[in-house]
Design a protein around this ligand. Structure first.
Ligand code: CP3
Length: 341
């Protein structure tokens, strides 16, 4: 077996320098992404056309010395696969036909995996194309995060619609979470079968929850997914990214059983170094806007992050996705700094 430094780190092996990938590394900051994107009818079409999705997944690795490719798709292919109307409007983000407490039973989990077949085809193509030392990352959105879009119909800063729904309609909410947990398990198991080395659970909206809600909506469903996937894929390597988990972070890691913990940029380095078991791999956590600004402030912060996690398995990444305004030369500078000091 050829050594894959990023996969090995997820599994607990410390490297001399941290391996690196960048959340949303395939995207609009790259002119070649925008060019390929223009060939697809719309964004979901790009996700469901393996030839184009493979191309955009590989683009960042042609430019930069990254240790992983992440399959190109989106977390909202799951509601789409369940039969909910999903559209990506230019400049507006995703728009969904919001579900209600009486429309959940119209979702069609039995057809979901078939609908997602093109994404699995993308993974198989990437597996064949990637150099053997590169790690192939699959992913899905965690149930609560996906539910916030399904219930709210669009992104929001406070997830108010979903928080109210979960509180007012606990039975309907539990039914929705069951569907999302089940569909995500099947999807991730299929991703491993199609060649993923590791998968990431994107819980982008783990914030704005009281501790009881955090247990019920974040820890519980993520734990069920980890256990459900590992029942079919023993020891499946899984990264959890509960963005905004703050004081719930250590509990999330311990109770869900993920191998690696993605840290958002607001997580204090001291807190992470002091409160997480030192065998747990961590991933993160540069502020994406420091990457936009670049220069010496970025270099210094990169060094501080690398130092803070030098005695544990660490994957370098941003603390949230790269933004379209990011200068490409800053990305090259970041990767060089991480790899060579
Ligand atoms: O990381 C990668 O390169 C793989 C692809 C990927 C995309 N989305 C492509 C994308 C991944 C892993 C995601 C995850 C995702 N999608 C998340 C979780 C991560 C996070 O950033 O919090 C969320 C919340 C979504 C939902 C989503 N998709 C939103 C809110 C938007 C619109 C806002 C935005 O960032 O553009 C998208 C669209 C989207 N997903 C784009 C890309 C490249 C841009 C669409 C375009 O090209 O027009």
């Amino acid at each position: 077996m050829i050594h894959k430094p990023l996969l090995a780190t997820v599994l607990g092996e410390r490297q001399a320098r941290p391996p690196v990938w960048i959340m949303r590394q395939a995207g609009r900051y790259l002119p070649e992404y925008r060019e390929t994107r223009a060939k697809a009818k719309n964004f979901l079409d790009l996700c469901y056309t393996p030839e184009l999705a493979i191309e955009v997944s590989l683009q960042p690795l042609r430019r930069f010395d990254l240790d992983a490719a992440i399959m190109f798709s989106d977390i909202l292919v799951i509601p789409d696969a369940l039969g909910q109307k999903v559209a990506f409007e230019q400049g507006e983000g995703p728009v969904l036909e919001a579900i209600s407490e009486t429309s959940i039973d119209r979702l069609q989990p039995e057809r979901a995996l078939e609908h997602l077949a093109p994404v699995l085809e993308t993974l198989r193509g990437l597996k064949a194309a990637l150099a053997p030392d590169k790690t192939l990352i699959g992913f899905c959105g965690s149930p609560w995060t996906v539910a916030t879009y399904m219930i709210g119909g669009r992104g929001s800063t406070d997830q108010a619609a979903a928080r109210l729904f979960a509180t007012r309609h606990p039975e309907a909410f539990a039914a929705l979470m069951d569907i999302l947990v089940e569909t995500s398990i099947n999807y991730l198991v299929a991703q491993f079968a199609a060649g993923a080395d590791v998968v990431q659970l994107f819980e982008s909206w783990a914030l704005n929850l009281d501790d009881e809600a955090f247990d019920e909506r974040v820890i519980g469903p993520n734990k069920r997914i980890v256990e459900g996937v590992r029942a079919k894929v023993p020891n499946a390597p899984i990264i959890g990214f509960p963005r905004g988990a703050a004081g719930n972070l250590a509990r999330y890691a311990a109770e869900t059983g993920v191998n690696a913990l993605g840290l958002d940029y607001a997580t204090p380095l001291d807190f992470a170094a002091g409160n997480l078991p030192d065998t747990l791999a961590v991933q993160g956590n540069l502020d994406p806007l420091r990457l936009v600004a670049g220069g010496s402030q970025m270099d210094e912060r990169i060094d501080r992050i690398v130092d803070a996690f030098s005695d544990r398995p660490h994957i370098f990444n941003l603390g949230h996705g790269i933004v379209p305004e990011t200068p490409i030369e800053n990305v090259a500078r970041l990767i060089n700094r991480v790899k060579n000091g």
